[in-house]
Design a protein around this ligand. Structure first.
Ligand code: PLP
Length: 403
């Protein structure tokens, strides 16, 4: 709190964006990080947590993974930022194209928002059309076409963004019938993970409708794989869901905590991709690229997505069983590698907040209304210990809400 009150003097909002305490559990959640290793995380007060947020996604292999750190350190000894990109940029592009079946080219940036907004521009340049269709409640970053808040925007910023509901085939058809001729791109995440809502998987019939409408109207399909990418499938999350994107964007898990994002795309879009200006002071930094090469190699070698799914399933099964023991019912949604838990018959998240506040106090870092993340550093013993530690959290929900 001392750091936070100092921060409020010199930083607007103290802590802004998704890590603001106001969006978590303000009285129970840590405000500032000290250090982390594997699946353990320490705050500045010295409290330690078994961490199921993984820095909100980037840390897929565990904090300070030795091989990733070694690759980054080796590159750092040669330098990070230069006058030009290093050979690593070419090697990383080749690696992504080798891994991702539809990809013929790749570009790199620092954040998910960078690549999402650029991809929309590439689709506009390629099609000569202005409009973007996105799912209501989806998050694609802070580009003015999609940022969730209105502050600082003009009406014109949003004039070409149109929304449809997840898995709503009729709604999608209707939107295309109105604006399909001027649609540059439809933007989709591989599963729907709204804040304050259960995660929802793709209905295969909806996938068919997306492909049919995009193909009929000549709209590009942009896959926002920023949150899920490389956690569900090392070859990209379009594969398990049968999606055929024209462009896909990756970020979080790509560098195991090092700052890097990527967009990959089909050959047909390469000319437009070369014409839409894209750069940043640190877009070419080599340390993050070395970390990304190592991360991808480990994800593939150790079959990390399958491990995350198995660990996530064990954690989710354990939570359901524990809840039952306390006479409570919980619902787990989304892929087990990125689970989201709600309490049955509740829409206001009060039970979730109480649960998470008590879990935090017991040393398990969870979020009340954002999906969680499993890392490859979560061993069976960590899951067992976390399940043991969340017992009082279920007990407190039972006591407060279910008497
Ligand atoms: C699905 C999705 N798209 C885009 C973004 C934006 O990425 P960034 O915060 O790196 O700009 C995020 C970030 O959480 C995300 O989860």
């Amino acid at each position: 709190m001392e750091l936070f009150s100092r921060a409020c003097q010199v930083i607007p909002g103290g802590i802004y964006g998704h890590t603001t305490p106001a969006l978590v559990a303000p009285t129970a959640s840590p405000y500032y990080a000290s250090h982390a290793r594997g699946c353990r995380y320490w705050d500045v007060d010295g409290n330690d947590y078994i961490d199921f947020m993984c820095a909100y996604g980037p840390v897929v292999l565990g904090y300070l993974h030795p091989e990733v750190e070694e690759a980054a350190a080796r590159q750092r000894r040669s330098g990070n930022c230069f006058n030009h990109p290093s050979a690593l940029m070419v090697e990383l592009a080749e690696r992504l194209i080798e891994l991702i079946d539809f990809a013929d080219w790749a570009v790199f940036a620092k954040n998910g928002s960078d690549v999402m907004t650029w991809s929309v521009r590439v689709a506009r340049e390629h099609t000569g059309r202005p409009k973007v269709f996105m799912v209501d409640g989806a998050y694609h970053g802070i580009g003015s076409w999609c940022t969730p808040e209105d502050a600082g925007l003009t009406v014109e910023d949003r004039a070409h963004t149109h929304k449809f509901r997840w898995n709503d085939r009729e709604g999608l058809k209707e939107l295309f019938s109105r604006h399909g001729e001027s649609c540059a791109a439809l933007v989709l995440t591989p599963f729907h993970h709204p804040l304050f809502g259960d995660s929802q998987m793709l209905d295969p019939a909806f996938v068919d409708a997306v492909h049919a409408q995009c193909e009929h109207y000549g709209a590009m399909l942009i896959l926002d794989d920023i949150r899920a990418g490389f956690r569900l499938d090392v070859h990209g999350s379009h594969r398990p869901f049968g999606l055929r994107p024209d462009i896909a964007c990756y970020c979080k898990a790509l560098g195991n905590g090092y700052e890097i994002s990527a967009a990959v795309g089909r050959h047909e879009l390469k000319l437009a991709a070369s014409e839409v200006y894209f750069t940043g002071s640190f877009f070419g930094s080599s340390v993050a690229m070395a970390a990304a090469m190592a991360t991808l190699n480990i994800i593939e070698r150790d079959e990390v997505p399958a491990r995350l799914a198995a660990t996530g399933e064990a954690f989710c099964r354990g939570l359901v069983t524990l809840a039952e023991q306390y006479g409570l019912e919980v619902k787990l949604s989304g892929p087990p590698a990125m689970p989201f838990m709600t309490f049955a018959n509740e829409s206001n998240f009060h039970r979730s907040q109480q649960f998470v506040e008590t879990a935090l106090a017991a040393g398990v870092f969870l979020h009340p209304h954002h999906n969680w993340f499993i890392s490859n550093a979560h061993e069976d013993a960590d899951v067992a210990q976390a399940l043991q530690r969340v017992r009082p959290a279920f007990a407190s929900v039972k006591e407060l809400f279910d008497c």
